[in-house]
Design a protein around this ligand. Structure first.
Ligand code: KIV
Length: 263
């Protein structure tokens, strides 16, 4: 089983960290068979599983349910649970209690979004033994503040603020930081500045690792495909083809045949 210290060791050894999301036991097992180092139970499930337009309505109960499924199946990968909107913003106490609940259902770490405003949460969680992954750049829970899913940190003051946020998260004890939708050179500078690993998504090739949403990577989700997504398969097309063939064969009496029937 991958541990948080082992995960961090990858950066020191110059080895890339590969992370993908998963939301259920079936895919958690497949992801592990591929030798992926860490599984993020992302609140992206609000969009790709629940069909919402953003992640804001995902609840603690939703996240605990999916984390339990993934953690119950995973045997090798580090399981990181995403803290949903309003589960850590209200107070440090509430944030620590909610983070702890993820460890109780089997996650080894939690992830939360933001810089300076969450530094005290990260510090408190770390102090109580809860490993925390930070998340900077285009943080989806702030989509309304950005006015859409837009690249962040293009202007110099914003880029400098992101570097300061990254340093503050590291000092507070974060064990790694996701960098989402920021210019590649900024991700490079942050990666060089920090001793903890950076995990990029739309942040160029210089991060210590990469993360993608599983359904994007597999070509299952096509309602919104950001520039940074590379589909490594086309499972939606495959699924459609299979379902159409099944329908056609039943209609034409070609399925089931003797070989699918009991005698
Ligand atoms: O919710 C999620 O899946 C994420 C990743 C895209 C980093 O936060």
């Amino acid at each position: 089983m991958m541990t948080v210290p082992e995960f961090q060791q990858y950066k020191r050894e110059g080895k890339k960290l590969i992370v993908v999301t998963a939301y259920d036991a079936l895919f958690a097992r497949i992801v592990e068979q591929a030798g992926i180092e860490a599984i993020l139970v992302g609140d992206s499930l609000g969009v790709v599983v629940q069909g919402k337009k953003d992640t804001l309505s995902v609840t603690m109960e939703d996240m605990l349910y999916h984390t339990r499924l993934v953690a119950g199946a995973a045997q090798q990968a580090l399981v990181i649970a995403d803290m949903p909107f309003l589960s850590y913003q209200i107070s440090v106490d509430e944030a620590v209690r909610n983070a702890g609940r993820f460890l109780q259902v089997g996650a080894a770490a939690v992830k939360l979004e933001g810089g300076a405003p969450v530094v005290d949460r990260v510090e408190a969680m770390t102090r109580f033994g809860i490993p925390v992954m930070g998340h900077l750049g285009m943080t989806p829970q702030s989509v309304h503040r950005y006015g859409g899913y837009k690249v962040q940190g293009k202007e110099r003051p914003k880029a400098e603020a992101l570097i300061e946020d990254a340093k503050a998260l590291e000092s507070a004890g974060a064990f790694a930081i996701v960098l989402e939708a920021i210019p590649a050179n900024l991700a490079h500078d942050i990666t060089q500045t920090l001793t903890i690993p950076t995990i990029g998504i739309g942040a160029g090739p210089h991060c210590d690792g990469q993360v993608l949403v599983l359904y994007d990577l597999l070509g299952l989700f096509d309602q919104f495909v950001p520039k940074f997504v590379k589909p490594y398969a086309h499972l939606k097309a495959d699924a459609l083809q299979a379902l159409r063939r099944y329908k056609e064969e039943v209609e034409q009496g070609k399925f089931p045949t003797d070989s699918e029937s009991y005698r």
